[in-house]
Design a protein around this ligand. Sequence first.
Ligand SMILES: [Mg+2]
Length: 338
Amino acid sequence: MTQRPSVLIVDDRPENLIALEVLLESFDVEIVSASSGEEALAHTLDHEFALVLLDVQMPGMDGYEVAELLRGNKKTKSIPIIFVTARSKTEHHIFRGYELGAVDYMFKPLEPIVFKGKVNVFIELYQQREALRRKTIESDQKLAELEELQQQLEETNEQLLMLSTTDGLTGLYNKRCFEQIFAEEWERASRTQTSLSLIMLDIDHFKLYNDTFGHHLGDDCLKTVAKAISNMQLRELDRIARVGGEEFAIILPDTDQAGAELVAERVRKVIVDLQLPHSEASGRATVTASFGVSSVQPQRGLSSRYLAEAADDALYESKRNNRNCVTFKACMTSWEHV
Ligand SMILES: [Mg+2]
C-alpha cells in the first residue's frame, strides 16, 4: 500500500497558500496547509511530510523559528524544508536559513518551472527512501517468518523423533518404546497374575571394538547382532529393543525364570555363532555379549523398576564373571522391602 507523499505548505496569507496549491497541482501529493508557524508544528505531529514549503515572514512565530523547532525534534529533524521568502536576496538571510538546516530557498513570486523542478527532486527522494524503507521492513518480516518456520520445523522433527518407536540404526524398538511396552506388560501381568521376565544384554568390550574398527563398523556390528536376534523367531509377544549404545532388552511376557534363562542362553549362542572378529585388545577372538535375567509375578504396590534393576544387576554380575554368560537375579518384592 503506497501512500501519497504529503507536502506541508505554510504561509500567513491565504492567497499565497492558494498559489502554492495551484503550483503543486501537477504533483501526486497530499497537500496540508497551515497559516501560522504554530499550526504548521501541530501538523508535523500527526503527519509525515516529504517536504515543507515554509514562508519566512509570518506574524508570531516566523519561518526560522518553525525550522529551528523542527530541527530540534527527533521526529521532524530530517524533513526537507524550502524557505519561501519575499525578502531581498541578501546573504544575511540566506545564511540564517542554512544554519537552521534549510535545504533550499525560493523567492516570491515563485517561478513555476524552477519551483516544480525543485519540488520534484524532493518528492522523488522521499519516494525512493520510502520504497527502501518498505523493502527493509519486508525483508525483516521475511527473515522473521523464516526463523519461525525453521523453529517449527525443528520442533516437528523433535516430536516425530519422540513419537517414533523405532531405533534408527537397528530397526528394533527404541528405548522410549521399550519403556512403554514394559509398563504395559507389567500392568497386564499384574492383572492376569502371570510372570513377566526381562533380559538385558550388552555387547562385550564394545568400546574397544569401536576404537579398533571405527564407529562405522561398530554400527554394522550392532546391526548384525540386532538382525540375528530378530531372526531367532521368538514368540510374537516377545519384544526386542535397543535401549542404549550396545545394550539391548528383551521383554518376555508370561515367562518364568526357567523360560527366560533358556531364551537368554539361546541368544548368547546366536551371537557367538556369528563369529564376528573382535578387536585383539579385547582379549577374545569374536564378539560376545553378557546377559542379565530377572522374572517376577507383579504384585500390588510393586514397581516395575525392581524388575529392571534386578536384570541390570544380573547383567553386571555377568560382566564381572568374565562376560559371555547369563546371570539370573531374583526381583525384589515389596514386602521384602518393607
Ligand atoms: Mg508571510
